[in-house]
Design a protein around this ligand. Sequence first.
Ligand code: PLP
Length: 523
Amino acid sequence: MRGFDDSDLPYASPRPPPERAHMSAGVDLDPDDWEKFRAESHKALDGMIDYLRDVRKRPVWRQPPQEAKDRFRRALPLEGRAFSDALDDFERFIKPYATGNTHPLFMGWVHGAGTPVGMIADMLAAGLNSNCGGRNHIAIDVERQIASWMAEAFGFPPEASGLFVTGTSIANFLSLLVARQHALGDKDVRLNGLWAIDEQLIAYTSREAHNCVRQAMELAGLGARNLRLIASDERRAMRVGDLRRAIAADRKAGLRPFLIVGTAGSVDTGAIDPLHRLADVAHQEDLWFHIDGAFGALAMLSPRLKPLLKGLERADSIAFDFHKSLHVPYDAGFFLVRDPEVHRRAFAANAAYLTRAQRGLAAGDSWPCDLGPDLSRGFRALKTWFTIEVFGAERLGQCIEQTCRMAQRLEGRIKESNNFFMRAPVTLNIVCFGVKDDPDGALAREIVMDLHERGEAAPSLTLLDGVPAIRAAIINHRTEEANIDGFLELLERAVVRARKEPHMLEPLVQPPSGPGRSRLSED
Ligand SMILES: Cc1ncc(COP(=O)(O)O)c(C=O)c1O
């Protein structure tokens, strides 16, 4: 039998000429000269490959100069320019002033580092320009492949459903909507809204949880006041006894507990809640058990780290990011749900224009748009698929293990230092430390700003027990022992500078928050 050949198609012959003459009558957005476009594109790609190869030779971060900022304050261009001119602007005004999270000494917040493979995969996905809201095309199968791989890695049943989203913040929000729907199924909250419900739904999480959990309560209309922030122990993990007592008190007060959000890798210190015990409580109390595993859940890929996450396999849903520990280029958050039917019930709808067909492009029972609010969605699965295919789960797990080893090394060096001291225990790959004789954290803040401005390293700041701490989140697969030792030297020099030249220190700038307090002010 003859294989498929596109010359079989009725319009495929004769083949179009390789270079289309410019037609003034029509307007399209393809290049007039494909060969010129090819040459310019190859040059740009070579430039990006060099950029990643040479990442260690550049400063971690540079303040964008006024000239670069001004470049992006112009009026809307009515006429286009040559592609090569726009590429020149990219080289001059954008490329040198990126976040810096590709660099091994970037340790701020929790940022993945990306990979060259991921970069190319993202470019290929952009070429296909698939809309992954639904329909019958191969990108949907790739996304399902990722869901079934994650079900396998996390010990979920193979039919578990999964959905790419921007990040864990949104995945946590979706988990609340699924849990809400699950709890109120008979009352049909999607139709009637919350006003028709005569009970207050109460959720529980640790006080170490990311602020997006609180935000999810706000967005879901459940109210931040109905989120109980349970105290944590000396390792900053949730106290299960306190959780049980809070649930009992709420039930006694006539309220309706519906959800426990456990944290596998807390944003400030990397603490892991006792997931197994939380699963017991959720089971006994008949509550939805969701886990925020933004950067911690994928430690399941490491046989050495996996025991820390015991109980994760018992969750009803998990939120996590491929763009963090797996270095898939931004953005690639994921939401995994044990029971696909419960997941569907929270979002699926019957819009006429999304009618499913028995055959053809509109075929398929379950589309990604049945599992979340996004209808137009990019092909995030491709860069994730390439990453897992090319590196394999074992090596990716080893990379996560390596970041934890680097965190332990930094912890050891901090403990030896005369100038710094540890502020929190290290569980995974986040190290929080302070400066000795710096009771209000003023020197800590100064040191972080100084290191950023010099382009030497990029740790970030957080507040622990109300006092600023320097926070090194060692997520980057490029960070090696020499980088950790070098970081310590940079810190020692920075502290000397900070002590010598005390600056007029402004208060720590906090992100805007709603009527309640942000995570930063809660400690
Ligand atoms: C524990 C935790 N949860 C949620 C988030 C938010 O994830 P994203 O930035 O992908 O929305 C983070 C981010 O660092 C996190 O560490």
